[in-house]
Every structure is written in structure tokens, then in C-alpha cells.
Design a protein around this ligand. Structure first.
Ligand code: ARG
Length: 472
């Protein structure tokens, strides 16, 4: 095999086959061909504006790059592993199309700043797509919260019935989590939006380039400040993977709740045929596979973070070929997170709550015990600790009688605390309990309706007010 036409000047012979195999990244980085060409066009235009290349060379380069872009877009481009990566594949084809002018494109540039630029451009676009999907999930949750603002269900701690809440309130909890997830992605986008182009290999260049111009042309806020950092940094990718991991973890919690709610002992919600699958042996089954897969996604997404953090750990300045391993984890995490977010929005739009089953669950586990203790404090003036103790004794009495607190008769209550009156029953129903939780951020149905309306304002992209259906 002959030496590489891009960098083979000092090489007499070509690489071993296994060297080429381990070295080539084209099967992965062809994914940002469009960004690579966009970056090259901005670079060529700047070189001509600065008088570094001629206008004729620039015109030939820009025209040739458009033709390469068209070939790639139309699937007519022959990607070659012997040309290693997307950068050299594009440049080699450009040379075939326009001849010697192509060789001037790489003036004052290196693949090191080129790949860093391409990767940031690609991730910026992916973040925008992801944000739209995350906003759509919030929209689905808010729609549902409004529709079920007064559907009562047990709120859990330790997965033990704790206090009555509304289904709407429960869903709005996830609107907050996803809102912070979007904030983390927005922070990541803001920090990554600096342009490394012009850092060249690592030290900058002696050519009179205009880095502000290329940064502007590519929609970056500014050029990066340090040439070595420009080619060495991948914390923008790590930051994305960290934010992606957190969002995936949040999605998995909601997914797990859907699995629990769908399970036969709970039966709190059903999903339609659109989001379930059957069993090939058990004809009665309707399985929440989409929820289970969303529950599983943190495995690969957290794995991607660990993979890239491990690649970067201990790498000396500046670029090392190690860093070529940065793309697969980011692509995989971005694809799977987008899919999981869209699938979750689809499930939230699809699911039907079963209020009777939720209400029945409130008859077990004494979820209004706190309301009883609060009544003892408010009406009888007991210190909360003592009220807690008295309520514990009343719960034991109800347990022994096999009834819930609302059905425990007054004489039995008075045997535990003689000053209890008939009025206590006014706080022992789940309806009364939930309606009384009017503190800021509380679960009272009126609060939930106001909170849903406020959420639509705080997250303006959700303000559709109606179902758009699944984002995909
Ligand atoms: N394919 C390479 C990567 O993804 C491009 C940068 C190569 N730079 C170099 N000095 N060999 O990292």
C-alpha cells in the first residue's frame, strides 16, 4: 500500500491493514460531514477576505465543497477508510473535483481545530433538537396535570402510602425535573458555543487569520481564547453526557412509575395498544415495553459518560488520538436520549388513569394519619410530637378493628384521647386531606391548576394547551 496522500510525505510505505482499521474513524465521523463542510466554507471565505488565498481559489473551493456536500447528501459519495476520517475524505474529493486549489484550503488550519469545530457544531444542533423534545414532554405532562388536577392517589415515600396527592401534582413534579434538565442542556450549549477554528494544530498560526469572522459565520458567540485548550478540550462533550445522564435518570424514574402503575396489583393507569406489546406465549399479557426500555436507557447513557471521562482522564496537553474515541458515546447518548424523551411524551399522551383504582388504594395504609395528628395540634393544642404519638395509637386501634381511620368510631377514639370530638372526621377523608394542602407548592387541586398554568408560562414552548401527539 502506498503512503497517505494527505500526510505521507515522510513515509515510504503505507500502514498495516490492522493499523488502518484501528486508525480510521470515517464510519463514525461521516455523521458530521455537513458540519465539516460548513466549517471549511467559513474558513475558505475568511482566508480570501484576509488575502491569504486568492478569490479565484476561494470560489473554486466553495463551489467544490457544495458539490461534495451534494454528493454526500444524495448518497453518491464514496467514503474511503484509507482516507481515515471525514476531514480527509472531503478534502481528497475536493481535489478530484477542482484540482490544485483544494490544497490551499488547509492553510492556517489543522484537523485538530477542524474536528473540535465540527463536533461543537454537531452537538449544538443535537442540543436544539433535544430541547424541543424535552419541551414537548413537559407539554404532555402539563396537559395531563390539568386534565387530572383533582384525581386523588396515594403519594408515596419508601413506596409506602404516605399522604393523599393528586395525579396532576405528581406529574407536575416531573415538569420541574425536566425543566432543570433543560437548564443543564442550555448551560452546556452556552459554554460550548465558542469557536476553536484557527487554533490550528495547537499553537495558533502565523497567517493573519480573522478568528472573529469565522466564529461569527458559524454562529458561535466568540472564538475560544487559548489555542491549546481549543484542540485539547472535550469538556463540552462530557458536560452534555453528564446532563444527558441526569435527564435519562429522571426519565427512568417516571418509566418505573408507569411500570408500577400498570402492574396488576396497582392498576392505576393503562396504556393503549400503541405503547404496549403482547407475549408470544401468554395471551392475556399487555406489557409496558416502551416504559421498560426508557427505564433501561441510563445504562448506556451513563456508560457513555464513563467511557469518555475515562478516555480524557490523564491525557496530557493537547490533542491525542485517544480523543478520536469521543464521538461514538456522544452520538449514541444523543440518539437514545432523544428517542427515550419522545417515547415518554408519547406514553404520557397515551396513558389513561383509573381514578377508582387510585381512590381504592387510599383506603389502605392510613394516608390521612398526618391530617389526624395536625387536627390534634390545631384543635386540641397538643404539641406535634404528642399528637404523633396519639395518632400512632389510633392507627393501631384502626388496624385492630380492620377499618381505616375515617371509619373508626368516636368512642374508640376517645378511649385513646378523651378530648377528640366528631369534628375530627372532617379531616380524615383523602378529599379533605388533599384540599387542605394549600401551602405554596402543595397538592390541593386548586394549587395544581394554578401550578400547571404557571408552568406553561415559565416554559413558554409548552404553551400549546392541547395535545400535539407524539413528537415523532
Ligand atoms: N479523526 C480525528 C479525530 O477524530 C481527527 C483529528 C486528527 N488529528 C490528528 N492530529 N491526527 O480525532
Amino acid at each position: 500500500m502506498s503512503a497517505n496522500e494527505m500526510w505521507g510525505g515522510r513515509f515510504a510505505a503505507g500502514p498495516a491493514a490492522v493499523m488502518q482499521e484501528i486508525n480510521a474513524s470515517i464510519d463514525v465521523d461521516r455523521r458530521f460531514a455537513a458540519e465539516d463542510i460548513r466549517g471549511s466554507k467559513a474558513h475558505a471565505a475568511m482566508l480570501a477576505d484576509q488575502g491569504i488565498i486568492s478569490e479565484a481559489d476561494r470560489d473554486a473551493i466553495l463551489d467544490g465543497l457544495d458539490r461534495v456536500a451534494a454528493e454526500i447528501a444524495e448518497g453518491r459519495f464514496a467514503f474511503k477508510a484509507e482516507l481515515e476520517d471525514i476531514h480527509m475524505n472531503v478534502e481528497a474529493r475536493l481535489k478530484e473535483l477542482i484540482g490544485e486549489s483544494a490544497g490551499r484550503l488547509h492553510t492556517a488550519r489543522s484537523r485538530n481545530d477542524q474536528v473540535a469545530t465540527d463536533f461543537r457544531l454537531w452537538l449544538r444542533g443535537a442540543l436544539d433538537g433535544l430541547d424541543a423534545a424535552m419541551a414537548d414532554l413537559q407539554r404532555a405532562l402539563i396537559d395531563r396535570a390539568e386534565a387530572h388536577a383533582d384525581v386523588l392517589m396515594p403519594g408515596y415515600t419508601h413506596l409506602q402510602a404516605a399522604q393523599p396527592v393528586t395525579f396532576g401534582h405528581h406529574l407536575l413534579a416531573y415538569v420541574e425535573m425536566v425543566g432543570r434538565d433543560r437548564g443543564r442542556m442550555a448551560d452546556c450549549r452556552k459554554r460550548l458555543n465558542e469557536c476553536p477554528l484557527g487554533a490550528a494544530a495547537l499553537a495558533g498560526t502565523s497567517f493573519p487569520i480573522d478568528r472573529e469572522a469565522t466564529a461569527r459565520a458559524l454562529g458561535f458567540d466568540r472564538p475560544t481564547a487559548n489555542s491549546m485548550d481549543s484542540v485539547a478540550a472535550r469538556d463540552f462533550a462530557l458536560e452534555f453526557l453528564a446532563a444527558a445522564s441526569i435527564h435519562a435518570v429522571h426519565l427512568s424514574r417516571l418509566a418505573e412509575e408507569i411500570v408500577i402503575w400498570m402492574s396488576e396489583p396497582f392498576g392505576f393507569v393503562t396504556l393503549s395498544d400503541a405503547f404496549t406489546t403482547g407475549s408470544s406465549i401468554m395471551p392475556q399479557k399487555k406489557n409496558p415495553d416502551a416504559a421498560e426500555l426508557v427505564r433501561a436507557k441510563p445504562g448506556r447513557i451513563l456508560g457513555s459518560f464513563v467511557a469518555l471521562a475515562t478516555v480524557m482522564k490523564g491525557l496530557p496537553m493537547t490533542y491525542g488520538k485517544d480523543m478520536q474515541e469521543d464521538k461514538e458515546p456522544v452520538f449514541d447518548a444523543a440518539d437514545n436520549l432523544l428517542l427515550a424523551t419522545a417515547a415518554m411524551a408519547g406514553m404520557i399522551d397515551d396513558l389513561s388513569p383509573r381514578p377508582e383504582a387510585m381512590r381504592r388504594a387510599l383506603e389502605k395504609g392510613f394516608p390521612t394519619a398526618t391530617d389526624l395528628a395536625d387536627w390534634l395540634v390545631r384543635v386540641l393544642g397538643l404539641p406535634f410530637r404528642e399528637a404523633h404519638h396519639v395518632t400512632g395509637a389510633l392507627v393501631r386501634a384502626a388496624e385492630e378493628a380492620g377499618v381505616d381511620l375515617a371509619a373508626l368510631d368516636l368512642p374508640t377514639m376517645q378511649a385513646v384521647e378523651s378530648r377528640i370530638t366528631e369534628d375530627v372526621y372532617s379531616v380524615l377523608t383523602p378529599e379533605a386531606s388533599a384540599a387542605s394542602r394549600t401551602s405554596l407548592g402543595g397538592t390541593a387541586p386548586a394549587n395544581v391548576r394554578a401550578a400547571a398554568a404557571a408552568a406553561r408560562k415559565r416554559f413558554p414552548e409548552t404553551a400549546s394547551g392541547g395535545r400535539k401527539g407524539s413528537a415523532r
